[in-house]
Design a binder for this molecule. Sequence first.
Ligand SMILES: Cc1cc2nc3c(=O)[nH]c(=O)nc-3n(C[C@H](O)[C@H](O)[C@H](O)COP(=O)(O)OP(=O)(O)OC[C@H]3O[C@@H](n4cnc5c(N)ncnc54)[C@H](O)[C@@H]3O)c2cc1C
Length: 377
Amino acid sequence: MLHFELSSEQRMLRELAHDFAEKEIKPVAEHYDQTHEFPWPIIEKAKQSGLFSVNIPEEYGGPGMSLLEECILAEELAWGCSGISTSLTLNSLAALPIIIAGSEEQKQKYLTQMAEGLLGAYCVTEPGAGSDVAGIKTYAERKGDVYVLNGTKTWITNAPEADLFVVFAKTDREARHRGISAFIVEREFGVKTGQPLPKMGQHASHTGEVFLENVEVPVENRLGPEGSGFLTAMKVFDKSRPAVAAAAVGVARRAFEEATEYAKTRTAYGKPIIALQGVSFMLADMAMNIEAGRLLAQKAAWLIDNGYSNTMHAAYAKAFCADMAMKVTTDAVQVFGGYGYSSEYPVEKLMRDAKIFQIYEGTSQVQRHIIARELSR
Ligand SMILES: Cc1cc2nc3c(=O)[nH]c(=O)nc-3n(C[C@H](O)[C@H](O)[C@H](O)COP(=O)(O)OP(=O)(O)OC[C@H]3O[C@@H](n4cnc5c(N)ncnc54)[C@H](O)[C@@H]3O)c2cc1C
């Protein structure tokens, strides 16, 4: 049976998440954008509200949300501020390789800590390899009961604050994707991190380098067999991209709401600018593309929640929603005219924040590459 109605539990989650975004995130979004502080107080409140580490299954202390529920949550939190929501929801990304490939012992040990508040980071990208995951150079050399990790990761969200790192490294230098393995690395093993890197938007989210210099990781911290890391990373993307797409929908929706409100009150030629077709058609395009984006993100989530493959739909959703959020926020700035360009009005921040959705979790070009690859199978 096909229907588009949320269940009463899903509606309650949306209300809870929206209430949290309205009361706890929106009022402080500007502060965090200007100060670049890490939003620890919001993370603490999210923990108390059950909105942290949400994909961790109940048996390990988390709420065990479905991916569709994660999408509902992500849209509302990002509506409040996508920088804060990125910091807040990153634990779900860091937990995914453990959920997907972890042993029972690894899940008991690490997922329970993450559910309690231990902050994790997901480390694939390196200075020389981002889209080309198989091109990473970080090397894990087996020496008896440990692997010795050497290499540098960059652009790692939450790295400056995290205490747990899921690191993808080569265990076979000669092989490309088949030579990658994933490891759970505690900061205490000797991980060093850099200062937050300066960036265009999402200032409430910290992104930094991770330095691995002769870091000894026990063999029991390898996730799955040697060489299975690339497959794990691809399975992670199938589960992470729909929620990232939903967050982009949240940013776009906020910009649309701000622009619509402004267009109703700003007057030109003696009438509200919403009466000008050039403006109202921009708003109409925003409304229909936001709706389309939400449906794509939720369908990509529903597919995986119900046991179907979603690689293509996750790519549809990620590319569409990221590009849509960039267009909607840019048009929202246009609706505000000169005031849109001012940092004293909200849409300028939304436009800066939107840009990253076209880059992280696989660029918009990489999503099209995936779709084209699936088409040619
Ligand atoms: C704020 C921020 C947070 C991030 N968080 C994380 C994180 O937590 N963990 C993590 O591991 N990484 C993270 N990243 C890294 C991010 O995933 C990469 O930046 C991204 O995958 C692109 O890689 P790159 O920067 O090396 O660009 P490149 O791969 O060098 O790409 C450069 C250009 O080439 C294009 N291109 C590359 N390959 C193809 C192709 N096959 N077809 C067509 N065009 C292509 C790209 O689209 C892009 O336009 C983050 C990045 C940022 C900026």
